[in-house]
Design a protein around this ligand. Structure first.
Ligand SMILES: [Zn+2]
Length: 441
C-alpha cells in the first residue's frame, strides 16, 4: 500500500498552488479542455451517435438481462454459477477469448489499434446475500424488487450492453479495453477479485467500476477499512471463590475505554467504532472469554495505518493492565484481521474524473455531478496509484444490501451510454480522437 494523495487536493482554490502528480494547474486545465474537445468531437461522430442510439434501443433488453442476472444467486465466495452465465454471454457477444482467472474474475480483452493505454471496465458478480435468499424478481408498478437487482446486477447488465454495442457497431478504439466481471467486492470478499487482477496485470493504466445507479455521482475517493475481531481469554472462575483472577470482560472494558478516547482527523475523514461485543458466561462468574469487533475507516491509507497501530497498542496495554491489577499473566488477547480494504484517491483533475464529468454533463444536462467517497472495487487500483473511478449503471433504486432492494429503470440507458462515452474519451476512437488516458509505462 502507498500513501494516497491527501484529499486537500479536492479543494479547488488550492489547485493553483499545488503540484498534482507532477502536473501543474495550467496543464491540468489544458487537459480538461482537451477532454472537453474530445467529448464534443466524439458526440458529433456518426458512429458514436449510432452507438449511443443503439444503447438506448437496447434499454428493454438490458433490463431483462439485469433481471436474469439477479435471479442467479451469487453469494460471497460462491459467484461461480452467475459467473458461468456471464462468461457465456461474453462468448455470445463475440469475445471468444474471454476466460475466468484463478480467483473467479471473468476477463475479456478488446484490442485497440495501438494497444495502449489499457483501460479496465468492470462490474462485480457477488452479492451480500447468502445462498438461501429468494432472489426472484417481483415487479410492482414499474418498480422491480429483489436482493441484488441494483448492486450489482445493473452494473453487469450495463457492462454487457456496452460490450454488445462496441462489437455490433464495429467501433475501433486506439487503446485496449479489458472488460471484467469481478468477484469478492462485498463484505469479507475484501476486494479479492481486484487484488488478484492487479497482482496479475501490471500494465493497467486506468480502471472504471460500474457499481451503484445514478450517473451524477462519481466515486473518486476510496474509503479504506480495517476490521478486527479481538478475543480476550483468561482462566475464568467463580466470582466469590476465585476472586483475584483477571477477567476477560474487564480486560475488554479497559480496551474499549482506551479506544473511546482516541482522536482522529476529520480531514481526511478517519473513524473507528467497537461495533459488537459479547462474552462472559454468567453473572456470578469471572469471565473467561470476551469478544469484540472493531471497524476503522479512512480516506487515507496513512491515517488508517496510524489509527490501527495506536488502537492495537491500546488493546495490548489493556490486557497488560488487567494482568497487572491481579498480579497475573493469564489474560491474553488474540487479534484477527477480518476486513482489509485499502484506501486511495483519484484526483479531481485526473482524466478519468474529467472524462466522466464531461460525459455525464453531455448525456444528462440537468445532472449535477458530485464527487464522492465510498468503498468499491476502485479502492484497490487507487491504493496502487492507478487512476480509478466508480460510476453508476443507470436508473434509480434503494435499500442496498437488504432483501427489499428495489430498482426503477428511469432513463436507465444513460448508465451504459455514460460508460461507453467515458471509455471512448479515455481510449480514443481510431482516426477520430486520441486517447486521453495517459499510459503509465
Ligand atoms: Zn456493489
Amino acid at each position: 500500500m502507498r500513501n494516497p494523495l491527501k484529499p486537500v487536493l479536492f479543494k479547488p482554490y488550492l489547485l493553483g498552488a499545488t503540484l498534482i502528480l507532477g502536473t501543474t494547474f495550467s496543464t491540468a486545465h489544458a487537459m480538461a479542455q482537451t477532454i472537453d474537445a474530445a467529448t464534443t468531437t466524439l458526440l458529433a461522430n456518426p458512429q458514436v451517435t449510432a452507438a449511443l442510439d443503439a444503447i438506448k434501443a437496447d434499454d428493454a433488453r438490458a433490463l431483462k438481462e439485469q433481471i436474469r442476472i439477479t435471479e442467479i444467486p451469487a453469494p460471497p465466495f460462491k459467484e461461480r454459477v452467475r459467473g458461468d452465465y456471464i462468461l457465456s454471454r461474453f462468448h455470445e457477444l463475440g469475445f471468444k477469448d474471454a476466460a475466468i482467472d484463478a480467483e473467479g474474475n471473468l476477463i475479456a480483452r478488446r484490442k485497440g489499434t495501438a494497444g495502449t493505454p489499457k483501460l479496465v471496465i468492470s462490474a462485480h458478480q457477488d452479492t451480500v446475500f447468502p445462498e438461501v435468499t429468494d432472489v426472484t424478481v417481483k415487479e410492482k408498478d414499474g418498480t422491480y424488487l429483489a436482493p441484488g437487482i441494483g448492486d450489482d446486477a445493473r452494473g453487469l447488465a450495463a457492462l454487457l450492453s456496452v460490450m454488445q454495442t462496441l462489437n455490433a457497431q464495429k467501433i475501433s478504439t486506439v487503446g485496449d479495453v479489458i472488460f471484467v466481471a469481478g468477484v469478492g467486492e462485498e463484505e469479507l470478499g475484501n476486494l479479492r477479485g481486484m487484488k488478484a487482477l492487479f497482482r496479475d496485470k501490471k500494465d493497467i493504466d486506468g480502471f472504471i467500476s460500474i457499481d451503484g445507479l445514478g450517473i451524477a455521482r462519481i466515486v473518486n475517493q476510496g474509503t479504506g477499512s480495517h476490521r478486527y475481531e479481538m478475543t480476550f481469554k483468561g482462566p475464568g472462575g467463580h466470582s466469590f471463590q476465585e476472586f483475584g483472577l483477571p477477567s476477560a470482560t474487564h480486560a475488554m472494558g479497559r480496551a474499549i475505554a482506551k479506544i473511546s478516547e482516541l482522536r482522529t482527523p476529520s480531514d481526511p475523514k478517519t473513524t473507528f467504532t467497537v461495533g459488537t461485543v459479547s462474552g462472559g458466561t454468567s453473572v456470578n462468574a469471572i469471565a473467561s472469554e470476551a469478544r469484540m469487533a472493531v471497524d476503522m475507516r479512512s480516506n487515507s491509507t496513512e491515517e488508517l495505518l496510524k489509527l490501527e497501530a495506536k488502537l492495537l497498542d491500546l488493546v495490548k496495554e489493556a490486557v497488560a493492565d488487567e494482568n497487572k491489577r491481579w498480579g497475573s499473566d493469564k489474560m491474553t488477547v488474540t487479534i484477527k484481521l477480518i476486513g482489509d480494504r485499502p484506501a486511495g484517491v483519484t484526483p479531481e483533475n485526473s482524466p478519468l474524473v474529467q472524462a466522466a464529468t464531461h460525459a455525464v454533463t453531455a448525456l444528462s444536462p440537468a445532472a449535477r455531478v458530485t464527487l464522492a467517497g465510498s468503498s468499491t472495487d476502485s479502492n484497490q487500483p487507487m491504493s496502487l496509484g492507478i487512476p480509478a473511478i466508480t460510476i453508476g449503471g443507470g436508473g434509480e433504486g434503494g435499500n442496498w444490501h437488504s432483501r427489499n432492494e428495489w430498482y426503477k429503470p428511469v432513463n436507465a440507458y444513460i448508465g451504459p451510454q455514460n460508460a461507453l462515452l467515458t471509455m471512448l474519451v479515455l481510449t480514443g476512437l481510431e482516426g477520430v480522437t486520441k486517447p486521453m488516458l495517459p499510459t503509465r509505462h
